[in-house]
Design a protein around this ligand. Structure first.
Ligand code: FAD
Length: 397
């Protein structure tokens, strides 16, 4: 098999993370070769559909706020560079029962306060007044963030592909069979082995298999999404209705305003069955649609019409539900981007920027060290104290 010396960066996987990394690398004049057997717009991975929520006040962990703020800036820069509308600033409302142990409202408020982000803490009456389509009992509260909303993931991936190629990146429809670092970096394909300066591995839900040799604590989870035709959409469009998340029966649900041609989208963020891209059950079952419809009937009854579409998708879960972004301690030129845990698309532009920095030895503008794969090395693992409040993460079986 021919071995090809490649004086540049190879990006493996050109979905959400990989296409952003390729764009940021190429835009800086780096030589970039990208491999992905699928074309942008495919629905096999984690970046399909028309909506991904974008927030800055980050209840998951306030450590993400600097990344979220840089991402918010970069979304606007990407829109300018692409000449396309990608981000809809509909605002985001987070709803929870007062005193709920899954303290999403208060963790959001705390993160916002820590970084001076403008947020509204709403009582039940204020929720009803500001968002008449939302029905809650008096024992509910909410947090509203105006500088938030949603982006279109498929348009984003397509824009990153186009812009990266306009800056000279070369993309090939190839499957990468493996990556080695002994210590020479090798990217193995069916008919050639490449020896690049650096590699970015961004293979989404295929990571548990393709990166198995790296022993990263990741697993793939099946997710179900449904779209409903609203009974009355007069107060459910993005100009008057925000993207939302709500805790209900110890589960976390989220959704988006009504968009032309797609109705109202809702899905469950928490839990879900483990799978692989090869074993995932792609059928959405009636009880799964009913569960989401029941949440709409409870909180947004005007949106609870007939189901019009449903499909599956995959999260790549890390054991602590934090992303895994960074160089491998044992192979500085091998940069991984995985463990999205279902909340990473909002960070795609800044993750792309950071991956480009790490692949070219530049210090990132926003420090991503808390996301480094080094946290899983034996020594580091014993120091990681679980976050208080919301139970996050899982034990690898
Ligand atoms: C239903 C759902 C809802 C979500 N909602 C939100 C949200 O509201 N807000 C938010 O911030 N995040 C959200 N997320 C998370 C977000 O969408 C993901 O974090 C993001 O899409 C991950 O992108 P990725 O690049 O890791 O994966 P992908 O976009 O799937 O890209 C992986 C790519 O790798 C390629 N590949 C695989 N194997 C190989 C190989 N051997 N060789 C070469 N290429 C290969 C694939 O073809 C694919 O194109 C959601 C995710 C899902 C599933």
């Amino acid at each position: 098999m021919p071995e090809i010396e490649y004086d540049g960066v190879i990006v493996v996987g050109l979905g959400g993370f990989g296409s952003a990394a390729a764009y940021h690398l190429a835009a800086r004049g780096e030589t970039v070769l990208g491999f992905d057997p699928r074309l942008p717009g495919h629905t096999d991975g984690s970046s399909h559909g028309r909506t991904r929520m974008v927030r800055q006040a980050y209840f998951e962990d306030a450590a993400y706020v600097p990344l979220a703020r840089r991402a918010w800036q970069l979304w606007h820069e990407l829109e300018d560079a692409a000449g396309e509308h990608l981000l809809t600033a509909s605002g985001v409302v987070g709803i929870g029962r007062i005193g709920d142990p899954v303290a999403i409202v208060h963790d959001t408020l705390d993160a916002g306060q820590q970084y001076g982000l403008p947020l509204d803490h709403l009582s039940a009456n204020q929720i009803r007044a500001q968002f008449p389509a939302i029905t809650v009992g008096d024992d509910y509260e909410a947090v509203f963030e105006a500088d938030a909303g949603f982006v279109d993931p498929q348009l984003t991936v397509a824009a990153h592909h186009r812009l990266a190629k306009e800056h000279g990146a070369v993309f090939e429809q190839r499957v990468v069979l493996g990556v080695e670092h002994d210590p020479v970096l090798r990217v193995i394909t069916a008919d050639a082995v490449y020896r690049p300066r650096a590699v970015v591995m961004a293979v989404g839900p295929w990571a548990p298999e393709l990166l198995a040799g790296l022993e990263l604590p990741i697993r793939t989870r099946r997710k179900v999404v449904a779209h409903f035709t609203p009974l009355d959409d007069t107060q459910l469009t993005a100009d008057t209705f925000p993207a939302f998340f709500v805790t209900h029966n110890d589960e976390e649900y989220y959704g988006f305003p009504v968009l032309d041609g797609q109705g109202l989208k809702i899905a469950r963020h928490s839990s879900g069955e483990w799978c692989t891209p090869d074993t995932i059950d792609r059928t959405v079952h009636p009880h799964e649609v009913e569960e989401l419809h029941a949440v709409l009937r409870e909180f947004i009854p005007a949106g609870a019409g007939d189901v019009r579409d449903s499909y599956t998708c995959m999260y790549t879960m890390s054991t602590d539900e934090d992303f895994i972004i960074g160089a491998l301690p044992e192979a500085p030129g091998l940069i991984v981007a995985t463990g999205c845990s279902g909340h990473a698309f909002k960070f795609v532009p800044v993750i792309g920027e950071i991956l480009a920095d790490l692949a070219t030895g530049r210090p990132p503008q926003v420090d991503p060290t808390f996301l480094s794969p080094a946290r899983f090395t034996a020594a580091a693992a014993s120091d990681v104290a679980p976050a208080a409040g919301r139970t996050r993460g899982f034990e690898l079986a």
